[in-house]
Design a protein around this ligand. Structure first.
Ligand SMILES: [Zn+2]
Length: 123
């Protein structure tokens, strides 16, 4: 997001690194697992109801309707639902779907979500 010049200043001001450090500290403190999803995971553009991903979703579009299922989405709430689903998918399936050689759990987030969907649809 820092490459987006409109957001770069706001994100830098918010000290993103400190937020992540705090989340890691708190997760460790409470015995929880912090899962970072891939930075390119289409959390905003992906319909949380049917999984369809739209090609473009400019930042000024705050609400949108899915062209596949017709669901109406608030951009941020839809993204939060998708991020939660991706994190849960990594938590459940991540250990077996992480790309070989990857030390990060976030790398497999999208793949894990897809595999978990296939496992639940075709057990
Ligand atoms: Zn949809």
């Amino acid at each position: 997001m820092v490459k987006n010049h409109k957001l770069a200043r706001a994100i830098s001001d918010a000290n993103w690194g400190e937020l992540v450090r705090q989340l890691e500290y708190k997760a460790d403190w409470y015995g929880r697992e912090l899962i970072k999803i891939d930075r390119y995971f289409p959390s905003s553009k992906r319909c949380s109801s049917c999984g369809h991903t739209v090609e473009k979703l400019p930042l000024n579009i705050r609400e949108w309707d899915c062209p596949e299922c017709g669901s109406h989405h608030d951009r941020d709430i839809n993204a939060s639902i998708n991020i939660l689903a991706a994190g849960l998918a990594v938590s459940v399936c991540g250990a077996t779907v992480r790309p070989s050689g990857s030390k990060s759990r976030k790398a497999g987030a999208m793949l894990a979500q897809l595999l978990c969907q296939e496992e639940t649809e075709n057990p």
